[in-house]
Design a protein around this ligand. Structure first.
Ligand SMILES: Nc1ncnc2c1ncn2[C@@H]1O[C@H](COP(=O)(O)OP(=O)(O)OP(=O)(O)O)[C@@H](O)[C@H]1O
Ligand SMILES: [Mg+2]
Length: 403
């Protein structure tokens, strides 16, 4: 699949952009601070409704007031993102608008941002958008996926799975709602304002949705494993085996089984473990186990890279994960996701650069894929490693021009 059009209004430093790329490789070069990351961020936001670098939606709105002073006085700040996606099934039109309430005089309370999503002209929710434009995004900050917090790793799994299946996103939303309710009831039970039996319906739903989510995560990691290991060997050049080991609060910390247990088995184990923790859950008024508490780690042979890996090893492990994710997504949805590589090639040596380029840009007919690559040093990418059809652009102060 590929983007045939991207339009941005007041998004970050893009006051008004209209880009009509072809399939294949887009090489976007520009000096620091010109809008390379902002551009890939826009595509990612259109794909997932979220920014890869901030949870504060207001930051996405251009901070420059409309040029027309009269308009600035009456019009609330907004940002609009609009894309046309070509998929095997046809063309899809995606629109996303962020509108801020009028700024208050108090800078500490800048007012809420309202998000509107449209797919093919019809207003929808996140579940209607996510998955229309599956993307795999990789930026230098992603090395934190290995070294950083478990929440970021869970978020990674959630987004990868949600892009491949809207049912997964729905399950996640239900599960999170059930957890909120259940934690409230746990509090009421602790305060003796509700009998313990009031928990049962919430516990049942937690087990059902939680088992589905856990099963999907294990299945995805299992499906990615062989590809991940082989990409890492190619990248790192050694013979060591890279594995992603999922640490489940329900099933135990190291999963020895190569095949994930069935949803029913997971549900049964979840029930058993939850029973053991029932008293503690009431005491603490919080659900203590489930996918919301799980984590995963990169193991290189017997070494836990999350804890002991060098920065370089962590970077290669995460890069291998993202490249394997693109392959996995392709086999689960039957199309090649749009790949967004923000400024990552300059961190690699020439051989690895060439390997990554080959992996994302060849050998398929390029009409079926699109890869967006940003760089400050286009000279690093030897022309003979890029397909002849590569589209080159220069980004300067929020303007994108053909190079
Ligand atoms: N909300 C916003 N409104 C207007 N401009 C913004 C906004 N947020 C960020 N910017 C500007 O966008 C520019 C940064 O863009 P971006 O992060 O895309 O740069 P880049 O080209 O990726 O640079 P680098 O090579 O350093 O990574 C900065 O100049 C910043 O001031
Ligand atoms: Mg950048």
């Amino acid at each position: 699949m590929w983007l045939s059009q991207l339009r941005l209004v007041n998004f970050r430093n893009y006051r008004g952009l209209r880009l009509e790329p072809h399939p294949g490789v887009l090489l976007l070069s520009g000096h620091n601070g010109q809008g390379k990351t902002n551009l890939l961020e826009a595509v990612y936001v259109l794909a997932t409704t979220r920014s890869p670098r901030t949870s504060v939606e207001r930051e996405l709105l251009s901070w420059r007031a409309p040029e027309d002073a009269d308009l600035a006085a009456v019009s609330p700040a907004f940002a609009r993102l609009d894309a046309r996606v070509r998929r095997a099934s046809g063309e899809i039109h995606l629109e996303l608008t962020f509108e801020a309430e009028r700024p208050t005089p108090n800078p500490a309370s800048p007012g809420a941002v309202t998000r509107t999503i449209k797919v093919n002209g019809l207003t929808t929710r996140a579940t209607g958008l996510v998955g229309q434009l599956p993307v795999v995004y990789f930026s230098p900050n992603d090395v934190d996926l290995a070294g950083g917090s478990p929440a970021a790793r869970r978020q990674y799994l959630n987004l990868a799975l949600s892009q491949a299946s809207s049912n997964h996103l729905r399950a996640l939303q239900r599960y999170n709602r059930v957890l909120l309710q259940r934690n409230q009831v746990l509090r009421l039970v602790r305060e003796r304002r509700q009998p313990a039996a009031a928990l049962e319906p919430w516990t049942e739903q937690m087990l059902d949705w939680g088992a589905l989510i856990l099963h999907a995560r294990l299945q995805m990691l299992r499906e990615m494993q062989a590809c991940l290991a082989s990409i890492f060997r190619d990248l790192a050049g050694g013979s060591e085996l890279l594995r992603v080991v999922y640490r489940s609060t329900v099933l135990g910390s190291e999963l020895a089984t190569p095949d994930p247990p069935s949803t029913d088995d997971i549900s049964a184990a979840f029930r058993e473990r939850q029973r053991q923790l029932a008293t503690r859950e009431v005491e603490q008024a919080v659900s203590l186990i489930g996918p919301q508490r799980d984590d995963f780690t990169f193991m290189l042979d017997e070494v836990d890279l999350n804890t002991y890996g060098s920065r370089g090893q962590q970077r290669l492990a995460v890069l291998a994960l993202k490249l394997a994710e693109a392959d996995w997504m392709r086999s689960s949805i039957g199309e090649i996701p749009v790949v967004l590589l923000d400024d990552v090639l300059s961190e690699l040596d020439p051989q690895r650069r060439e390997y990554v380029l080959q992996r994302v840009a060849e050998p398929e007919p390029s009409e079926q894929r699109q890869v967006w690559i940003t760089t400050t040093e286009p000279g690093l990418l030897a022309a003979d490693h890029l397909p002849t059809s590569t589209q080159r652009f220069v980004i300067e102060a929020g303007q994108v021009q053909p190079a």
